[in-house]
Write a protein that binds this ligand. Structure first.
Ligand code: SF4
Length: 207
């Protein structure tokens, strides 16, 4: 089912859905089992919202009441990085001090073919899905279009983006990893000086 749910509330934050495109096809992706997330309306988009459509959805709300504005998608949000940047600049004029986060798969360098970390300085938090402790396991679990090159690019992006965003976090989904694999991910995160968040698998959560 397709809709135009561009913004939706999750646990005191406002999530922004600007794309369904993604470079991965993760086994644990919430999109495989439903069409929403965290009780939202369907998040498969009839079309990618334009900058104007996204701003209309955002600014129809009182943004001061949200803990964070989270650019997440029902896909990989960095595909819309230029528009997100414009939106955040405008949001900050209207709501100084507003907090922003992007939930990314960390593959923007591969998407754009250049170093993208400097452009992430607009986010207060950059949350990167690590998902596996090595390139082979990542490719098996997440099926990136870039194959085994994806994992190294994610690690490089993570270490670079720390220079530009005040808070960088790695995440893994517990159900799809052994304790040993999680321990290996923790070592990678510790070595990079990045906090590791272990999150629960969400099998299906649409309305
Ligand atoms: S990176 Fe995110 S949106 Fe893309 S397939 Fe994986 S879980 Fe789904």
């Amino acid at each position: 089912m397709k809709s135009m749910t561009v913004t939706y509330e999750v646990d005191g934050s406002l999530y922004v859905n600007m794309t369904n495109r993604c470079t991965n096809n993760c086994d644990f992706c919430i999109r495989k089992n439903g069409d929403g997330a965290y009780g939202s309306d369907p998040l498969w988009l009839e079309h990618e919202p334009s900058l104007a459509e996204t701003e209309a959805s955002l600014f129809s709300r009182d943004l001061s009441k949200y803990r964070e504005i989270v650019f997440c998608g029902y896909g990989e949000p960095s595909y819309r990085l230029a528009d997100i940047t414009l939106i955040i600049k405008k949001m900050r004029l209207r709501y100084p001090g507003i907090k922003t986060r992007i939930n990314t798969n960390g593959q923007s360098d591969l998407i754009y073919g250049t170093d993208t970390a400097p452009y992430f300085d607009i986010f207060d938090t950059v949350s990167i899905s690590l998902n596996a402790p090595n390139a082979d396991d990542y490719a098996k679990l997440c099926h990136p279009i870039y194959g085994k090159d994806a994992f190294g690019a994610i690690l490089k992006f993570a270490s670079e983006v720390k220079k530009y965003s005040p808070s960088v976090v790695f995440s893994v989904v517990d159900t799809f990893m052994t304790e040993e694999e999680i321990a290996e991910c923790r070592k990678i995160a510790d070595a990079a000086g990045i906090h590791l968040r272990i999150r629960a698998y969400i099998p299906s959560d649409s309305k």
